[in-house]
Design a protein around this ligand. Sequence first.
Ligand code: PLP
Length: 718
Amino acid sequence: MISQDPSANIAIPELPEELSGLADLALNLWWTWNPKGKNLFRLLNSYLWKESGHNPIEMLKKMPKEELERACKNEHFMREFHYVLALFQTYMKDKTVYSEEEPLPIAYFCAEFGLHHSVPIYSGGLGFLAGDILKESSDLGLPMVGVGFMYPQGYVRQIIGSDGWQNGSNETIDKDVAPIERVLDGDGKQMILQVPFIDPPVYVAVWKINVGRVTLYLLDTDIEQNDPWDRQISSHLYTPDMNQRLRQQIVLGIGGYRVLEALGVEYSILHLNEGHPAFALFERVRYFMEKEGLSLEEAVAGVRKTSVFTTHTPLQAATDVYGFDMMSNYFSDYWQRLGMTKEQFMEFGINPDVSDAGFNMTVLGLKMCIHKNGVSQKHGEVTREIWKNILHDEGVQGTIEAVTNGVHLPTWLGDELFEALDQTLGEGWLQVQDVPQLWERVAELDDKTLWNLHYTYKVRMVNFIRERVRRKWSDEGIDPLVAMAEGVMLDPDVLTIGFARRMTSYKRPDLILHDLDRLEKIINNFAQPVQIIFAGKAHPADNPGKKILQHIFKTAQDPRFRGRIAFVEDYGEGVAKYLVRGVDVWLNNPKIPMEACGTSGMKAAINGTLHFSALDGWWPEGYNGKNGWVIGGESSDDAADAASIYDTLEQKIVPLYYNVTEEGIPAEWIAMMRESIRSIAPHFSARRMMKEYLQKFYLPISHTVTAYRNKVHPEGTS
Ligand SMILES: *Cc1c(COP(=O)(O)O)cnc(C)c1O
């Protein structure tokens, strides 16, 4: 272990004695999903709160000392402060696990985590799922630790040129104001470990983020012990350079496992979210052999029984495959160490249908874990079908089950709606959020309250978008057509459709533009107009995706649409929160069956934003005929699906929205919003998802391990 000077460790400026607890609050992301926590920082200085992009560390660093001292004398602030601090301390100490029994500790590995915009270590849906899983595990009291990557230059900020072409600029994480801390070793220096058996050696520095009661450990290769090529291993998410990508995954899987070992994090369940970290399985085999003295066969069997693999793609072609030569460059020492031949080692990653293609990370996960799952019921069926060759393989155990994704309700519900639910559902509702009967009480949320809330979110969203364009206008002097395309003419009184997701072919972002003449009639209907807001990034290497984006942007610049089509730049967690609450309809039209699950529609639906979606991913489970609308049929066809969108808009969605009572309220629409919240929140909450992981995988594994331990070390003998 090599160490580094900790003097650059994150430093919250010295706070007045009375306010020292603020540092604890700022260094734990708990506040991000607690309306009272957010409000406390806002109370402290609402201007700096906004300017810092809702980052308490940055805000505290910018606050003059005198102002902090003044805050100590502000009775109202101090009352709130003591209250929030007590809530936080109680939350942290609470040992309750909302399950009949406590499972063994779980190590959750993922290549990205979407937690908050102050820690930009995510690219999209996979990361937000992982982030929601950590937050919910914290709320549930599950003994989980996360393992991921610190991407020092990983976040791509999207900048769209006046020609509609996406340019990216890489943003560097400001380690001084992000809520990350160095993990220190016994000498008080930052922990730095060598990733075993990589030659020349690669070192990783270890950081951590507090996610409520869960700790997320992050590996960082950007340190001086590494040569320049190695320093960049963790610099970008999902690099297209296959050699660097392989090195990334070696560091994440094998290095990540080593970090847990070094920290003495005792755990017995390994959960791999997607194939990227799957090399951890080999390191686990090695650990079982060297530390527990098992034979290779016993160790592999032990790993199989105690590891969980979640797959997210419905396509064999979308998985990572590495050439055998490339693999041999890194692993020839490693397989010897495991007592395997090259053939035995490679066999774990070979897809029998294309046995010469190389080493496949998803195949490794499927072969080495009994417990495996897809992320919606439909995706479960699709993956069982595409991987049936593997599932029928000799030695491969278990099938691919389905655990439908869910979203962390306290993160994605609007604060005011959350508070309205406190009133309507009753105190303590979060603890029983996955009980469908609880949500019957949403019937008591009256029309006016719900509509006013929604309208407030809509106005806030429109103001946010316009304000951004205003800044761009004044800072860069953009062309008026660009200002129009970026949403300066949006109107909160117009029925608003939102489409915000990755700009990539299978999601068909420009499907609604299929027949522009027909769309124009819908948008410019004099008495019942419609506007559409798009947002989303294309992967930097995805040119077809960038072309789709450009097509949308150019259409938005076309004066015939009168500023009612907008493209909002730089989609991320902050923009997503405005959009999922602020638009009226959430549009989702992937090519079936390419959307494994999709979670943005859930975030919309729990806020009363109605889902309008193809029958793919979670929607076949979520749709009940009254809580949204369906696009097209069981399979996809661009022309037919576009026609289905227009028909449904013309015949159902637009008339319903503009059918208002004497008081100017669309009562039937609001009834659908209520139905959306009632029927979708309990089933698609992260709580329901984590309880399923617990019941299906974590508890059975815990039982197996306990039984094994009792056999090896009968009580009293160890
Ligand atoms: C939820 C979320 C996603 C994932 O949404 P999909 O429906 O899977 O496309 C992507 N990006 C952000 C910022 C999100 O909040």
